[in-house]
Design a protein around this ligand. Structure first.
Ligand SMILES: O=c1ccn([C@H]2C[C@H](O)[C@@H](COP(=O)(O)OP(=O)(O)OP(=O)(O)O)O2)c(=O)[nH]1
Ligand SMILES: [Mg+2]
Length: 151
């Protein structure tokens, strides 16, 4: 398994709050916890930036991390991400932060240590542009935005 350096910024991580881990051998994501000192009430429509208590340094430009909503929180309670998806650059060394957005019309309380989002590590291809006047022809050409019809 790939190794990534992690700094523990909050002493509760690794003790009362486990370090993020894969819940099952086939898990794609590891859950991130809200490193809060007290419960946080999220009013309908409210967005808050939550600390996770850890920093990672991916270091390899061919890898990134993404922060995604948890399906249960998003579907049942309307707790999703204020940035929809978080993207963690390989050279970022600051604390991992989770922007939580209560898109529901009910209050939601986040407790310290709650698993609020999940992080997925993905490969990245960095590309350089090569300027051309014409592209090699393709089947699709410029068709898009429903050009193939609905059914
Ligand atoms: O949900 C997130 C999204 C981003 N980040 C951190 C890691 C990422 O590498 C950095 C910058 O993110 P991004 O490039 O998406 O934000 P920006 O608004 O473009 O900020 P910057 O000008 O710092 O690049 O912020 C998080 O901790 N959580
Ligand atoms: Mg940026």
């Amino acid at each position: 398994m790939h190794k990534i350096d992690v700094k523990i910024l909050d002493p509760r991580i690794g003790n009362e709050f486990p370090l993020p881990e894969y819940a099952t051998p086939g898990s794609a994501g590891m859950d991130l916890r809200a490193c809060l000192d007290e419960p946080l009430l999220l009013a309908p429509g409210q967005t808050e930036l939550l600390p996770t208590g850890i920093a990672i340094h991916i270091a390899d430009p061919g890898i990134c991390a993404t922060i995604l909503p948890r399906s249960g929180l998003g579907h049942k309670h309307g707790i999703v991400l204020g940035n929809l998806v978080g993207l963690i650059d390989s050279d970022y060394q600051g604390q991992l932060m989770v922007s939580v957005w209560n898109r529901s019309d009910e209050e939601f309380i986040i407790q310290p240590g709650d698993r609020v989002a999940q992080m997925v590590i993905l490969p990245v291809i960095q590309a350089k542009f090569s300027i051309v006047d014409e592209f090699d022809s393709s089947n699709r050409g410029q068709g898009g935005f429903g050009s193939s019809g609905r059914n």
